[in-house]
Design a protein around this ligand. Structure first.
Ligand code: GLV
Ligand code: MN
Ligand code: MN
Length: 401
């Protein structure tokens, strides 16, 4: 694990933000995809990229039909200024698990697949889990094709640049039928394992989460000539809305609400903005509570905007309901890893999308800082090895029974 992760440690480093910036189809993410394909080929795995840009690597030593496979994997894209492990830990662990299964002379009764999903973070096109969403039909091809990055590139154009035909994006029943069960290993993104003094946990659920854009519109104007009393400044409204978001979440037990992005349009220091776009992320274990909380935030944003002579409009960008992983598969994992605690997570994953179609499970590996989506995310070498070994044991059990 240390050697594999070391090979990609310099890819996509971001000197400005710190950590890694590896948006989908950037040079950094493409380099990582090539690295994965090379690693898979060195292991003589059968590699293919499907029509949605998902890379699959198959270990199928006895040439069984590609059906009812055990699939593991994760993603290689990152948030801006993210950590080294969110995504790549699961991909590297999958490769190491194959090595370990071979060393043990495991004879699989079904194929093993490793999947690398594009745009898990939604940091380029705004829609998280885009690859798995396309595969399963949770995201329509038409919607995906129209998604645009900050530079105005559409997903369709960038996908075409990578040899994908935009006409063939979308739900892929043939690929879906190949997957019998899916297990994603991921760095833990909180403090659960640190507090329990354990290296590896089994996932129980992913809490409901979504993204909304709150656009606050005012009157763009000159910073020097516009009297303070004459302004309709959406930035002043946005500043209050950010605090209102925090307060609304504080008033709701177990809720999390975040403004991680604020875009002033046109964005000049001597310009009163005409519009501010607020990127809002809201999460709660109960889907109804998430919806109600977003409703309260929207109402409060409108009140604040009105007082400032502005207008606020809310647009839903994505919404994922709470996912409880398959209890039978979870019990299989628990029988294989009896010391592993069972944890819920507030983070989204491709496993959450696949869970609507196939029995799905997750493993989490201890992160001693408890911090993620930040350069401070960390995994100790011995925990990375423990995670890969745990994944290998789980896969072995699922492959032979
Ligand atoms: C993905 O990491 C998310 O939870 O937003
Ligand atoms: Mn991730
Ligand atoms: Mn992430």
């Amino acid at each position: 694990m240390t050697r594999l992760l070391g090979e990609i440690a310099a890819v996509g480093t971001d000197p400005g933000r710190g950590g890694y910036t590896r948006p989908v189809f950037s040079t950094a993410e493409l380099d990582l995809r090539s690295w994965f394909i090379d690693q898979a080929e060195r292991r003589s795995l059968g590699v293919e990229t499907d029509r949605n840009g998902i890379i699959w690597a198959w270990w199928n030593p006895t040439d069984l039909p590609l059906h009812d496979a055990v699939v593991t994997g994760s993603h290689l894209d990152s948030v801006p200024g993210g950590g080294a492990f969110d995504g790549p830990l699961g991909v590297a662990s999958a490769l190491v698990a194959v090595d370990q299964l071979r060393q043990r002379d495991t004879t699989p009764q079904r194929p093993l697949g490793i999947a690398v999903f594009p745009e898990e973070e939604g940091s380029r096109f705004g829609l998280a889990c885009l690859g798995s969403g396309l595969l399963t039909g949770a995201v329509s091809a038409e919607r995906a094709a129209r998604l645009t990055d900050v530079d105005g590139n559409t997903f369709a154009d960038l996908a075409a640049g990578q040899g994908l035909d935009p006409a063939f994006l979308g739900r892929d029943d043939e690929m879906l039928r190949r997957i019998g069960r899916f297990v994603e290993l991921h760095v833990e993104q909180g403090r659960g394992l640190v507090d329990l003094h354990r290296p590896v946990a089994i996932g129980a659920s992913i809490v409901s989460h979504g993204r909304w854009r709150l656009s606050v519109t005012g009157q763009g104007n000159h910073a020097g000539t516009t009297l303070m009393s004459d302004r309709q400044d959406p930035m002043v409204a946005a500043a209050q809305i950010v605090v209102a978001v925090r307060d609304a979440a504080l008033a709701e037990p177990d809720a999390r609400a975040t403004v991680g992005r604020l875009v002033a349009i046109p964005g000049g220091t001597n310009v009163i903005a005409s519009r501010v776009d607020i990127g809002l992320d809201v999460r709660h274990p109960d889907d109804a509570v998430t919806a109600a909380l977003v409703g309260r935030i929207a109402d409060r944003a409108q009140e604040i905007a009105t007082v400032e002579g502005c207008r606020a409009t809310l647009t839903e960008e994505s919404l994922s309901p709470t996912v409880h992983f398959d209890p039978t598969l979870r019990n299989e994992l628990a029988a294989t890893l009896p010391d592993a605690p069972i944890l819920d997570t507030g983070a989204g994953h491709d496993a959450g999308v696949l869970a609507a179609h196939v029995p799905t499970a997750m493993l989490f590996v201890r992160n001693p800082t408890g911090i993620s989506h930040s350069p401070a995310e960390h995994v100790e070498d011995r925990d990375a090895e423990a995670g890969a070994a745990a994944l290998a044991r789980v896969l072995e059990r699922l492959l032979v029974i």
